[in-house]
Design a protein around this ligand. Structure first.
Ligand SMILES: [Mg+2]
Length: 312
């Protein structure tokens, strides 16, 4: 089974000039782009934790998501996607069709985002599906966006809208790679992160890394229609704004930029693949997050979102 799977995988990977030795050898050999730095990121998804295979979630979507979350991290570094390798642990029962579905989702997104598959490893076991993708990107020297560069006076900008991702966007992730590269070409960005665990939690990480604080305007937070839908579910008991601040898996870009550039980006974003960018607040001296209400009053905001739990 494994040989078949690997052979079908190999036969379906389009040739790519970035691969000096394509997959199928002991290892692939990449041609690094001249005068660029290599950016590497890895992410693992586990059935039962990150997704549940059911009618709403087929293997294609899992493959798509496994690559998309890596692409989102590359976007948050302003890195151009180059190559990815895939490792899967397939459950023995149904593993073959599962593996093919995963590959469908991975290859479709790889073609769309211009990343080549450089290889993979397939295992079968009696456990649930586990898939881990490592992605490689490239960026000009010194031009990677980092978390630690926000400065007082910067404005905070977020792409798209947040909240309610569990209604489907947590699987059908749209990584903001094109937007990030277009912005990196045209605007100075002092600090960046992608919103994976929750807007307020990821904002607090950005501010902590930069040694700064944030004041956000609650009325400015772009709330996704899914956040409204979730808040409307009987028994939900949370506001759309709360969903937007804490749900996570939005995979939007959160940027700290010089004020004039942030305002220009928010106006010009229509050129960036149609993705809207919204100014949600400013960077100030200090620590933590202050939330400013419509009446101008402020209150400390405790960052909330998804955190992996450990014991022992
Ligand atoms: Mg990230």
């Amino acid at each position: 089974m494994e040989l078949d799977f690997v052979a079908s995988l190999l036969s379906r990977i389009p040739a790519d000039p970035r691969l000096e030795v394509p997959p199928g050898d002991d290892a692939a050999v990449l041609r690094p782009p001249a005068e660029r730095r290599t950016v590497v990121t890895v992410d693992m998804l586990m059935e039962g934790v990150d997704f549940i295979l059911d009618e709403a979630c087929d293997p294609r979507l899992v493959g798509h998501k496994a690559l998309a979350v890596n692409l989102s991290d590359l976007a948050a570094m302003a890195a151009r996607p180059e190559a990815a390798v895939v490792a899967v642990a397939l459950p023995r029962r149904g593993g073959d069709s599962l593996g093919r579905g995963l590959l469908d989702g991975i290859l479709a997104l790889a073609a769309e985002q211009g990343i080549t598959l450089a290889g993979g490893d397939t295992n079968a076991w009696d456990g649930p599906l586990v898939i881990s993708i490592t992605a490689v990107g490239s960026v000009p020297p010194g031009r990677a966006w980092r978390r630690d560069g926000a400065r007082p006076g910067d404005l905070l900008v977020v792409s798209g809208a947040c909240g309610g991702s569990l209604l489907g966007r947590h699987l059908a992730v749209v990584p903001r790679c094109r937007e990030a590269l277009a912005i990196a070409d045209r605007f100075p960005v002092h600090a960046a992160i992608d919103v994976s665990d929750g807007l307020s939690l990821d904002l607090s990480r950005l501010m902590q890394a930069s040694g700064t604080a944030a004041v956000i305007d609650l009325a400015a937070i772009p709330i996704h229609p899914d956040a409204n839908r979730m808040a409307g579910i009987p028994g939900d008991g949370r506001s759309p704004l709360d969903h937007a601040l804490a749900d996570g898996e939005d995979f939007e870009l959160l940027l700290a930029m010089p004020a004039a550039d942030a305002r220009r980006l928010a106006v010009e974003a229509v050129d960036l693949a149609g993705t809207p960018f919204t100014v949600i607040g400013e960077v100030v001296e200090g620590a933590g997050i202050l939330a400013r209400a419509a009446d101008g009053s402020t209150a400390a905001l405790a960052p909330r979102g998804y955190e992996h739990a450990f014991t022992g």
